[in-house]
Design a protein around this ligand. Sequence first.
Ligand code: DGL
Length: 274
Amino acid sequence: MVDFAFLDSGTGGIPYLQRLLEKKPDASCIYAGDTANFPYGEKTHEQIVKCVFEIAKKIIEKFNPKVFIVACNTMSVNALDVLREVFPATQFVGTVPAIKLASSVSKKRKIGLLATQSTVDNPYNVDLKNHFASDCELVLRADPDLISFIEHESFTATKEESIKAVMPAINFFYENGCDTIILGCTHFLNLAELFQEAADNVSGGTLKIVDSREGVTNRALSIFDSLNQNAADSKSEHEQKKSRLYVTGLSKAKDQNEYDVICNRYHLEWGGII
Ligand code: DGL
């Protein structure tokens, strides 16, 4: 049993794992990227539900996590309800676009949502907007090229190459009058600081970048604490020194090199193929 499992289609959820470990350094964690099925953002709802179910089942059978973080907006908006129904004994935490946070930041009441095509098209955003940002205008942009760049290239790319990759999105929202951009695909979190730097350069500091790292990790930790286990079973069976990164396959030959760099950067052990 591990304390926390994180799931995404690739590298997107790793910054959530990193944030959680900053708050709880002794947590035992595994991270799984369903890389064989990457990208999720271009799949149909039915395909997403099927893929998420299969990888979640493997993770639960192999690691039995106390808290299971679906660190992917596309998986969460499409399949979280199904996961909760099919695996009622597992505590799931989903990741959805930080519309509430963006609403608290935006002065112009014009918010950009950068996400996958599937997330952008999902009616869940309309519910979130109506609930938390009803007086705001939401400007949507799907960016599969940027997501692919982050998954396959960004860890070994130069800073100039990464800036070049994020600029079309920054320019799009700035030209559309937004003063806040939600990183609504977890992949973007790998470049969160660079997004803010690029936005500052374009806007002179008026364009803010927000994400759901704080909300998701706090929710996961509060569920973990509320499980209120006795001392005997609060210790995980595997006393892992480092969190481990697993993938379901390599979608491009050079991805192995990307994953080696990621393991070094985030202090993860390479777990191999799950
Ligand atoms: N990282 C994912 C998200 O948060 C999806 C990326 C993809 O597989 O297209 O939506």
